[in-house]
Ligand binder design. Structure first.
Ligand SMILES: Cc1cc2nc3c(=O)[nH]c(=O)nc-3n(C[C@H](O)[C@H](O)[C@H](O)COP(=O)(O)OP(=O)(O)OC[C@H]3O[C@@H](n4cnc5c(N)ncnc54)[C@H](O)[C@@H]3O)c2cc1C
Length: 400
């Protein structure tokens, strides 16, 4: 069965990258459908808490942002993609504001355009914009409103099973339907939920993050890079049980929390790149200097009592609420943490318009590789979703 007439552009996935692509393709005049695995709300993007990077500070620049990415990726990122990402960051932020995202601002003028900026791991400047600690929720809600207010056809519960090229573009089997489209944008995210299950580990990801769309693209002939490079979030919640698999926002460390071993000693730079911090925790525990959770899991301390309560109320309200509901006040006692599987650094090879190595097949967001090389800095994924989602949507609309 086919959906009447087909579409100019078919987007697979309804996270931040898919929604940005659909909104941009529609704004460029294309007829657009989004087919997604679960409900339109179901995605990793909405779970993102910490924030989104953009060089808005007086002392900062897109070039410095690009340099930080290059260093954090251990010089493995695709510099052309990095330059696009960082040079379009401020216009991405202004676009998000235009569709209704309200970033947290300081009460007084601060030389940073008024934004409250935090420094994240691997960054040389304060560059992280936030919406409290529900940044992904705010961004996806605004993107969904934009998509739903326009003429985009949304097909929930329509997972992609098969993709084939035909003379007019592509035929995609989504759920029980075959959808025809001139071009296709793959925005189906990463695979860390499935990978964590396979390894018997915890993950921060939503259950739809299973990676089959990458496999379908590879089977269709697309190329990928760095697929083996999976990222651990250095600070998974380790206790209480209700917080296991929760990613404690990196902004806790940006606002002064530090990692401590069993003896209360700092054993690493808490704001180093993610892989460095995760490895330091693994090593400290292997040396016998970790602590154990009440249910026998390995952990170290995150000393959140060092966070100024004013910063915590403004930038970490959700995290505080969740821990306090579990009987622990992070401003009064240290919390237990251990790395959890979090992000797929690599993915499908794309060019600066988001086109994969197959003509008319685009990819954006976590499913695409290159922008972060083998190690992503926090806050650059939401940015990548918006910058490359918009680019891929526009290019897919132009090519159909
Ligand atoms: C807990 C958490 C906190 C995070 N915090 C931050 C942060 O502070 N800053 C930051 O920049 N990044 C953060 N990240 C990373 C970032 O949120 C994600 O990498 C990014 O949002 C991924 O967006 P996406 O659109 O590529 O994929 P997702 O948002 O994962 O969306 C993928 C979509 O594809 C759908 N899908 C999957 N398979 C199929 C299929 N077969 N057919 C159809 N649809 C399918 C899914 O259901 C979903 O709708 C965080 C991630 C997590 C999990």
């Amino acid at each position: 069965m086919s959906v009447a007439g087909g579409f100019d552009v078919l987007v697979i996935g309804s996270g931040a990258s898919g929604l940005a692509a659909a909104a941009s393709a529609e704004a460029a005049g294309a007829s657009v459908a989004i087919a997604t695995k679960g409900s339109i709300q179901s995605c990793n993007s909405a779970k993102a808490q910490g924030g989104i990077q953009a060089a808005m500070g007086e002392e900062d620049s897109p070039e410095q942002h690009a340099e930080d990415i290059w260093r954090s990726s251990h010089e493995t990122a695709d510099r052309r993609l990095v330059d696009v990402l960082t040079s379009e960051a401020s216009s991405a932020i202004h676009w998000l504001e235009a569709i209704g995202v309200e970033f947290t601002r300081e009460s007084s003028a601060n030389g940073n355009g008024g934004y409250r900026l935090a420094r994240c791991g691997g960054a040389s400047q304060k560059r992280l914009l936030q919406v409290g600690d529900r940044t992904g929720h705010a961004i996806t809600a605004a993107l969904r409103d934009t998509v739903e207010a326009g003429g985009v056809t949304v097909l929930p519960k329509s997972p992609l099973h098969e993709l084939a090229r035909n003379e007019n573009g592509w035929a995609a089997r989504c759920g029980d339907e075959t959808i025809h489209a001139g071009t296709v944008v793959l925005a189906a995210g990463g695979r860390c939920f499935a990978e964590a299950e396979r390894r018997g580990e915890l993950s921060t990801n939503h259950p739809g993050a299973t990676g089959e769309v990458t496999r379908i693209a590879l089977d269709t002939g697309a190329q990928a890079r760095d697929l083996d490079a999976l990222q651990y979030h250095p600070n998974g919640g380790a206790w209480p049980e209700t917080m296991q698999g929760y990613s404690i926002p990196e902004t806790t460390r940006a606002y002064g929390a530090v990692l401590l071993n069993a003896d209360g000693e700092e054993f690493t730079d808490s704001l180093a790149p993610r892989d460095v911090v995760s490895d330091a925790i693994f090593e400290e525990v292997a040396k016998g200097k970790g602590v154990e959770t009440p249910d026998g899991r390995p952990a170290v301390y995150l000393d959140t009592t060092r966070i100024d309560p004013h910063d915590a109320e403004l930038s970490l309200p959700y995290m505080l609420r969740r821990y306090r509901a579990g009987g622990i006040d992070p401003l009064a006692e240290r919390i237990l943490t251990y790395p959890v599987l979090h992000y797929q650094n690599g993915g499908l090879v794309i060019d600066t318009e988001g086109e994969t190595t197959l003509e008319g097949l685009y990819a954006c967001g976590e499913i695409a590789g290159g922008t972060h090389g083998r190690n992503r800095m926090m806050g650059n994924s939401l940015l990548e979703c918006v910058v490359f989602g918009r680019r891929a949507g526009r290019a897919a609309a132009a090519r159909h």
